[in-house]
Design a protein around this ligand. Structure first.
Ligand SMILES: [Zn+2]
Length: 330
């Protein structure tokens, strides 16, 4: 068999048309410019790259022969046991399945361990102004359905001041907290937005029978801010490229897209893990501020008692409800 290709002299990039004669077993002959260079197959270095890339034959005297991959060459390589490792694996079902499993493990591992870790790092590094702008966008979207609060301005201001006073006793937060009041038919509820805004619905204030009970829920929301749950969730759910855009501040279009996602997440609640973290934060804060977390358990019980209301986001996993009340009491 004669393989057509190109040859390059030793240490030169000058291309010569050439042929490689493989008809003699155990030997190859490079025919270039009427000259024939014959050598033992065992002395030539053959590089077999992946896929359809050209194959290079390096002769001991420095000549290089390059040829396109063809079925004939592949057959000759196989006969002379010179095929590349990829070719070998292609022919080995076990190795193929093994490789597929490794790939699957890498993908699953990345999703469960690498992605959360990266999300956390990205969320922690997002500039404050981006997080605040994102929170404002989410609030704008909600405000299309929500009304202004009916609570007296005095009462709103009292709650704000009381919370700010409490926060001075707690460890510093990633963002300063701003409380917004709204009226909605969603029932007794509150939401922590990215960037430190907490939205409190009137029905929540009405449901609480004491300042301490209301504070326990506000502190639960502060817990979400402390752990940056919403931002992490948004980064986690979005592509890494979105995270990078946020980091470099190239964020105008990205914020709009994320705001839509934020509305969806706030409407559907946090993960069980995030809720338990926020509960724990609220409990420890209540212990620091009031010396007791009993009001938190009482507030959870008030939620349980009002069957007519949609279940608020922090109680959205029913089986955990009793546990959460117990945990608040421990
Ligand atoms: Zn929550």
């Amino acid at each position: 068999m004669r393989i057509k290709g190109s040859a390059f002299p030793p240490n030169s990039s000058v291309r010569h048309s050439a042929e490689l004669d493989t008809s003699q077993a155990g030997f190859v002959s490079l025919i270039v410019d009427d000259e024939t260079i014959r050598c033992d197959v065992n002395w030539i270095e053959i590089s077999v790259p992946v896929g359809k890339l050209p194959i290079r034959f390096k002769l001991p005297d420095g000549w290089m022969f390059v040829a396109e991959r063809s079925p004939q060459i592949s057959q000759w390589l196989k006969a002379n046991k010179k095929s590349g490792w990829v070719d070998k694996i292609e022919g080995n079902v076990f190795a193929w399945v093994f490789s597929a499993l490794i790939c699957l493990c890498v993908v699953i591992g990345s999703y469960h361990y690498l992605l959360p870790w990266v999300s956390q790092k990205v969320a922690e590094s997002v500039p404050d102004y981006v997080a605040i702008a994102l929170g404002n966008k989410v609030l704008d979207s909600f405000d299309e359905h929500w009304e202004k609060s009916q609570l007296p301005v005095n009462q709103q201001q009292q709650i704000r001041l009381r919370l700010q006073e409490h926060l001075t006793q707690l460890s510093p937060l990633p963002y300063s907290i701003e409380v917004e009041f709204r009226s909605s038919d969603m029932g007794a509820n509150a939401f922590a937005l990215p960037g430190g805004k907490i939205v409190v619905l009137d029905d929540l204030v009405k449901l609480a029978q004491s300042d301490q009970q209301l504070d326990s829920i506000l502190l639960h929301e502060v817990g979400h801010v402390h752990h940056q749950h919403m931002l992490k969730k948004l980064v986690h759910s979005s592509l890494l490229s979105v995270g990078v855009s946020l980091l470099v501040g190239e964020s105008s279009g990205v914020i709009d897209n994320l705001a839509g996602l934020g509305v969806f997440f706030l409407s559907n609640g946090h993960s069980r893990e995030a809720e338990l973290q926020a509960d724990e934060y609220a409990k420890q804060s209540m212990l620091t501020i009031y010396g007791s977390s009993e009001s938190m358990a009482e507030m959870f019980e008030l939620f349980r008692a009002q069957e007519w209301v949609e279940v608020p986001e922090w109680l959205n996993s029913h089986p955990d409800f009793e546990q959460r009340i117990e945990a608040a009491r421990e």
